[in-house]
Ligand binder design. Structure first.
Ligand code: PLP
Length: 399
């Protein structure tokens, strides 16, 4: 059977390739330390799990409205008001199977074949694939580490052409951990207003900020609000990656179009997970306690990672202000060898790091950052220390 051009065009994920190799080594009895994870390493908190159990006991096991139960959509509106100062009505909110699904829905709703979508690089690796699945064309804008990996208003202005439909903005960012300040976002917003393009604002790491604070670009003005599809979800803030609940908030006509798409593709997200998400957002005291504690743990690990990386002269790093990743620049070791193999790219470095030191990291080629490795700190302090010891030894042995 011949697969469609659309399906054949999907890039094999470099992340999955490294993860598969790491798993194979583990299965062979080798202890691999993985810096590859993209999810919190703690359990979903009890107050959320208990709400799911209650929903099961009450028999909430049937179809719900395809865009989510009214209570959850209202709770999301309340959250957007409380945290972001944004006013939405439930009919503007669509709950989906994870933020990834929300992003896909958002693009399906606004991207026509041939439209360009601006992606500041480094970018989360799923964005280009989703753009292309919708027939769009990713337009990459390379950001500089010296600009904190943030796109400037000048860069944005220059990138916008007659075919530009939208910008995908991710703050805090995966993979860099960069957090745009309010001033930086306002400068971008001005260009967006002037040019009339749309913004898909992916705010999924909103609660994991260690320096600075979060600002939603839709807050800038009524015009910007009308040009924005805001995406967020439960995965990272509440350690709920497996539950698959994400959402978007958009102008009512866009939400209506997305409701139509979702009703014919997936229907509603899992009913029990929706009740869990409702508790996650509504039980504010529990929420604050959990998120505060988790963010503090990540911040301690972040500081430890930075302190250790600072001592490794063969590499440099970008100090992240949010999310749970550190970008480590490995360009200086291109042209050197480890385990008898020459390393000419981040992918080669990741392969040798895994083969020789049994450490898994994601090569930056996956994110449009070919001189870097992405290290996540979603693992125990002990594993982080062990992994960094191994990286240090590996770097000493490269020649
Ligand atoms: N957006 C970004 C930047 C992410 O890193 C992720 C997950 O890694 C997602 C969206 C999707 O999250 P989920 O589909 O689990 O809600």
């Amino acid at each position: 059977m011949i697969v469609s051009k659309r399906a054949a065009g999907i890039q094999e994920s470099l992340t999955l390739a490294i993860t598969a190799k790491a798993k194979k080594l583990n299965d062979e009895g080798v202890s691999v330390v993985s810096f590859g994870a993209g999810e919190p390493d703690c359990n979903t908190p009890d107050y959320i799990v208990d709400a799911a159990k209650r929903a099961l006991d009450k028999g909430y096991t049937k179809y719900t409205p395809s865009s989510g139960i009214q209570g959850l959509r209202q709770a999301i509106c309340d959250k957007l008001k409380r945290d972001n100062g944004l006013t939405y009505e439930p009919k503007q909110v669509i709950v989906s199977n994870g933020a990834k699904h929300s992003l896909y829905n958002a693009m399906l709703a606004i991207v026509n074949p041939g439209d360009q979508v601006i992606l500041p690089a480094p970018y989360w690796l799923t964005y280009p694939e989703l753009v292309m699945l919708c027939g769009g064309i990713p337009k990459y804008v390379k950001t500089k580490e010296s600009d904190g990996f943030k796109m400037t208003a000048e860069q944005l202005k220059k990138a916008i052409g007659p075919k530009t439909k939208a910008l995908i903005l991710n703050s805090p960012s995966n993979p860099t951990g960069a957090v745009y300040s309010k001033n930086e976002l306002c400068a971008l917003a001005k260009v967006i207003e002037e040019t009339g393009i749309y913004v898909i604002a992916d705010e999924i790491y909103e609660k994991l900020i260690y320096k600075g604070s979060h600002y939603s670009i839709a807050q800038y003005s009524q015009k910007l609000y009308d040009q924005t599809i805001l995406v967020n979800g439960m995965s990272k803030s509440y350690s709920m990656t497996g539950w698959r609940v994400g959402y978007l908030a958009a102008p009512a006509n866009v939400a209506k179009a997305i409701d139509g798409v979702q009703s014919h593709t997936t229907s509603n997200p899992n009913s029990i997970a929706q009740y869990a998400a409702l508790a996650a957002l509504k039980e504010e005291a529990e929420e604050k306690a959990f998120v505060g504690k988790m963010a503090a743990v990540f911040d301690t690990r972040r500081k430890y990672m930075i302190a250790r990386l600072k001592k490794m002269k063969a590499v440099s790093y970008y100090e992240p202000d949010g999310a749970f990743y550190v970008m480590v620049k490995v360009k200086k070791i291109f042209g050197k060898s480890a385990g008898g193999k020459l390393m000419m790219s981040a992918q080669n470095v990741a392969e040798q790091l895994l083969d020789v030191a049994h450490v898994a990291a994601v090569p930056g080629e996956a994110f449009g950052a070919p001189e870097y490795l992405r290290l996540s700190y979603c693992m125990s302090d002990k594993d982080i220390a062990e992994g960094l010891d191994r990286i240090e030894a590996f770097l000493k042995e490269t020649k």
